[in-house]
Design a protein around this ligand. Sequence first.
Ligand code: GLU
Ligand code: ZN
Length: 470
Amino acid sequence: MIRTRFAPSPTGVLHLGSVRTALFCWLYAKHSGGQFILRIEDTDKERSTKDNVNAILEGMNWLGMDCDEGPIYQTDRFNRYHEVADDWLKSKKAYRCYCSKDELDAMREKQREKGEKTRYNGNCRNLKYDESEKGDFVLRFKNPLSGQVLVSDQVRGDVIFENHELDDLVIVRTDGSPTYNFAVVIDDADMAISHVIRGDDHLNNTPRQMNMFEALGVRAPVYSHLPMILGDDGAKLSKRHGAVDIRDYREQGFIPEAVLNYLVRLGWSYGDQEIFSIEEMTKLFDLPGINQSASAFSGDKLLWLNQEYMMNASAESLVPHLEYHMNLIGIDRSEGPDLTEIIEAYRERAETFIQMAEACRYCYEEFDEIDPKATKKHLRPVILEPIEALYLRLQLLEEWSQEMIITSVNEVASNFDINMGKLGQPLRVAVTGVSASPPIDITLCLIGKERTLKRLERAIEVIKKRIELS
Ligand code: GLU
Ligand code: ZN
């Protein structure tokens, strides 16, 4: 059975890079009919916070990456880590190291002077326990002194490490807390993880972890180390490149499926296909498709994909997104059109739901002021008479339909011998307060007759005042 795990440390929020790791683990499990486990690596009690745990769980939930087991917290498993530590101590696979910080510093200093790589020199490796019960100690793993470790990485290919390059790593600290490399091995073993997919910043930990698997007598998982994600400027992806917390993408109005689609292509490819439904991703995703080189994040491409999703999904399925964002910016929806109508009308012109929500506010609520720049440019004295004529014409309409509206605008324009745009744009500015909106007949339909007339009255007043002042 294929079992993968996503093992974030709650020392930070869930960011794009980790989401991509999670996605690859999740997809690979689903692709293989296996299971996906979520494990919270919270052994660093100082830097792990409840808020970060929530950020991770919320993010995973929003993205729809459900797990088959978990979340499992490492802090709930300390007894198990101690059990293994005790066992290794007894069987001499681990030993107590009493070296003080000063001694370790001096050791490293000497190594630096000699131009050697700094490492623990094995000082306490052969001490007899009973001889040295003399105070604080850590536990170290007895790494093999010779031989090699072969990591058959599914992305990198074979990577060979020499054991004599690896020192005896601390597995339990003075305060009794397990270290990352130790806990992760016990967990991956106990949870029967078959495939570890993670960032390549962990590649150097892998030979140490494999040696500990050997000590446990458990076969190590198959490893895949993912190349990092770069910003569009070539530097490692960071805050500077936009939102870091995945929840920010939700607030900005991205569709989770679009974010996942964007991320799956960041380091994985299937021919030159760009758009994948979750179902397709699941079917097609496989380890050999993972790229070896770093991939670059592009905010523009993410926006493009999001709009593709907005354009192609059914309007009904998008209603919850729009609803969420209208609530977020506090739009009172008690009077106004159906959200599906808004989606149909605005999705061509919005890349995200927050843009859509902001753009459609005037369909639900009054606005205080017509944009001054648009007023200056479009609500000119010459347009007063045509606008007044249009007002009267619209007032008489019994049926408030796109067809009736467009016919009215055309008639009035031709009566005044001006082209339709010359009238349409002032009309738009008058009823929306801004100079861009969906086609005018659709816009007026959405705003409704009563509001349209009221706003035209106001615009007429604005033009009249302008004439008085001139
Ligand atoms: N907790 C580790 C991290 O967040 C992941 C460890 C792993 O995947 O092995 O970097
Ligand atoms: Zn020591």
